[in-house]
Design a protein around this ligand. Structure first.
Ligand SMILES: O=P(O)(O)OC[C@H]1O[C@H](O[C@H]2O[C@H](CO)[C@@H](O)[C@H](O)[C@H]2O)[C@H](O)[C@@H](O)[C@@H]1O
Length: 241
């Protein structure tokens, strides 16, 4: 990677190890320092692209604010201190919320993470109920053509289908400080493949974290390997002309 790169980083499973619940992840202070150093070395061209709301990313990386896309592209912040643009929840998401709350599904280790315009049903504490979660969401959204289901790690999410991590990357690349740079996307999950494909299509690189099928040409073994790479990257870029 060279100093003309733009770096796009997924959050869960890439920058932080997975935890039993979304609010239980731990962020290492050294990671925040490394990201801040890279942001300065890359002229501000570092962004987080996550399924989480941007406000949560800010809390976890405090005091650092970065350019960010949240909710798989439904939220966007062009630069660290510009406002977050957010799609509002449509009628179908509101209907699905009501249906899930009335369904009896949300018990015994299955819970709803209500992200506004997107809904995530988690089953990490009850993996044996994965089929039940999948079946209910498939049946419910069969009559909601504006919604799309995405499967992540022990989670099924419903969101409007016209945004994903690839559209988020393309939106960043259309403007300074990202425009004209070589995109490098790093992620661990199936939803990151859209971001990776967009980076490759723009002449960039994709790095897959962990095992599993991927369009990426490069791999990092785990979150610890991502941290080690990020920590060596800033000094290495500083040596480049
Ligand atoms: O795009 P990401 O930044 O990778 O976010 C994807 C989802 O991450 C979170 O869920 C995942 O991480 C949790 C904490 O480790 C874990 O408990 C859960 O099983 C994982 O699926 C987050 O809660 C979701 O909203 C994100 O979409």
């Amino acid at each position: 990677m060279t100093a003309d790169a733009a770096l796009f980083l997924d959050f869960d499973g890439t920058l932080v190890d997975l935890a039993p619940r979304p609010d239980a992840v731990q962020v290492d202070g050294a990671l925040v320092d490394a990201l801040d150093r890279l942001r300065r070395r890359l002229g501000g061209a570092v962004a987080i692209i996550s399924g989480r709301p941007i406000a949560e990313i800010d809390v976890h990386l405090a005091p650092l604010h970065l350019a960010a896309a949240g909710l798989h592209g439904l939220e966007h912040r062009d630069a660290p201190d510009t406002p977050v643009r957010r799609e509002e929840a449509g009628a179908e998401i509101r209907a699905l919320r009501g249906l899930l709350n009335a369904s009896g599904l949300l018990r015994d280790g299955v819970f709803l993470e209500d992200k506004g315009p997107a809904l995530a049903v988690h089953y990490r504490a009850a993996p044996e109920r994965a089929g039940e979660v999948e079946a209910l969401l498939v049946e419910a959204t069969a009559v909601m053509p504006g919604l799309h289901l995405v499967r992540g790690k022990m989670v099924v999410e419903a969101k409007p289908f016209d945004r994903d991590k690839g559209s988020a990357l393309r939106a960043f690349m259309a403007h300074a400080p990202f425009e004209g740079r070589v995109p490098v996307y790093v992620g661990d999950d199936v939803t990151d493949e859209d971001g990776m494909r967009a980076a490759l299509a723009a002449g960039g690189l994709a790095i897959k974290v962990g095992a599993g099928e991927s369009c990426a040409s490069y791999r990092l073994a785990d979150v610890a390997a991502v941290h080690a790479w990020l920590e060596t990257l800033a000094p290495a870029l500083e040596c480049q002309p």
